[in-house]
Ligand binder design. Structure first.
Ligand code: GTR
Length: 402
């Protein structure tokens, strides 16, 4: 099954038994860099379950079958076996300004800070920060993202490459919240103030990734109250664990018109079946609270998960989805992330939309954004850089016709 080897990824690809779902030829482009597989193993006999085969074996042949039967089945798999259900927002949710609005970037943008309270008593809530271009003609398209830093610490956006001013210059607003202020990113959190999961319903019914996804939807709820925002043009984006969250938020909330998942790896865009880099056992041992307890039964049995991650990406169809990797991010399995993008294509095809342009991984630094599924691999480590954001802005502009 699994073998430990030191070899170039090109050699690894030659050894792979490619599944019926994908017959790609990644050698040409990916051979440009080498992966030391000594610390990794790969399941050479992986098979991706067919995203368009229903639980009862029935083949999906049209959009109706996808939307009425197969898509709900896949949602239920992620809800019952991995992330838990993202609940409706609580009835007590309301919004309170947390600081006076200010003009920033030489007067080009309005900065606004708002508390999103989930309860009437205002014990459970998180702060969001908005940057909105002030001289924008028409309603404002928005990026919505969670960040790894508190609002107070992230004004410059330097550490996590949130170039707010660039967004404003390009005609986009940006709404951000600190992920841990929605649900702490800590195992066995025992505090109360921000513990949305424990307060709202039993914590074991939904993992932190679902709580963060709910937070993104709460931000969309706030944006709906702003007449200057174009609710038809919301992009949800995230990096790493927040890239997993972006995919899950996109699956749950159709208001996110474009979904961008950067270096999301295991349980995000990386294939389960290859078991390369981070695996279910490793992720669940380190971060059990991201998931529901039911997910533990797949530890070491990644291939037995009923779907692969192309199914997660395809839950956003027909909305465009962008998956991005980094060449040195072996932990997240760039090749597996590309396979996911490739194999989301058949669902987009049901909508008459194109997936990736071909069955070859794009060269480093290049993006395959020919259709409604995009994939790129930047040269370098696990990161979301300013240049990546520029690509995402370009992608959003093209799909929004801006
Ligand atoms: C790693 C984890 C990955 C990824 C990353 C991150 O430690 O193994 O799944 O989510 O963290 O979010 O930074």
């Amino acid at each position: 099954m699994k073998t430990m080897k030191k070899l170039s990824i090109a050699a690894a690809l030659c050894a792979l038994c490619i599944s019926a779902a994908a017959q790609p030829s990644g050698e040409g482009s990916i051979a440009r860099y080498e992966i030391d597989l000594e610390a990794f193993s790969v399941n050479e006999n992986y098979v991706l379950p067919d995203v368009l085969t229903c639980n009862n074996g029935e083949k999906v042949r049209n959009l109706r079958q996808w939307e009425k039967k197969r898509r709900p089945e896949i949602m239920a798999i992620y809800e019952n076996e991995m992330f838990g259900k993202v609940p409706e927002r609580p009835s007590g949710m309301h919004f309170v300004p947390s600081a006076p609005d200010s003009l920033v970037f030489g007067g080009k943008a309005l900065r606004r800070r708002v508390m999103i309270y989930l309860d009437k008593e205002e014990k459970h809530g998180f702060e969001i920060m908005l940057h909105l271009p002030v001289s924008h003609a028409g309603r404002i398209p928005m990026f919505v993202a969670l960040n790894f830093r508190s609002i107070a610490d992230s004004f410059d956006g330097t550490r996590y490459e949130l170039p707010y001013e660039t967004f404003v210059d390009e005609g986009f607003g940006f709404a951000v919240a600190f992920h841990s202020s929605i649900e702490p990113d800590i195992a066995d959190y025992t505090g109360e103030s921000a513990d949305v999961r424990g307060w709202y319903r039993p914590a074991e019914e939904w993992g932190a990734i679902s709580a963060w996804a709910m937070g993104l939807s709460c931000i969309a709820d706030y944006l709906e109250t702003l007449p200057e925002v174009d609710m038809g043009k919301l992009v949800v984006a995230g990096h790493s664990r927040l890239g997993k969250t972006a995919l899950w938020a996109g699956a749950n909330d159709p208001r996110f018109a474009i979904v961008i998942s950067n270096n999301s790896g295991c349980c995000g865009a990386a294939t389960n079946a290859r078991m390369y880099g981070e695996t279910f056992r490793v992720i669940y041992d380190r971060f059990p609270y991201w998931f529901i307890p039911a997910f533990s039964k797949y530890s070491g049995r990644d291939c037995e998960f009923p779907v692969d991650q192309n199914a997660l990406a395809a839950l956003s169809a027909p909305r465009p989805v962008y998956i991005a990797s980094a060449s040195e991010d072996h932990w997240a399995d760039p090749y597996g992330e590309w396979l996911t993008a490739l194999n989301a294509g058949p669902v987009y095809a049901l909508y008459g939309l194109k997936g990736l342009s071909g069955r070859t991984m794009p060269a480093l630094g290049h993006c395959d954004d020919y259709g409604s599924v995009a994939y790129k691999i930047h040269e370098g480590p696990h990161a979301l850089w300013a240049d990546d954001w520029l690509d995402y802005i370009k992608f959003a502009k093209r799909h929004f016709g801006l």
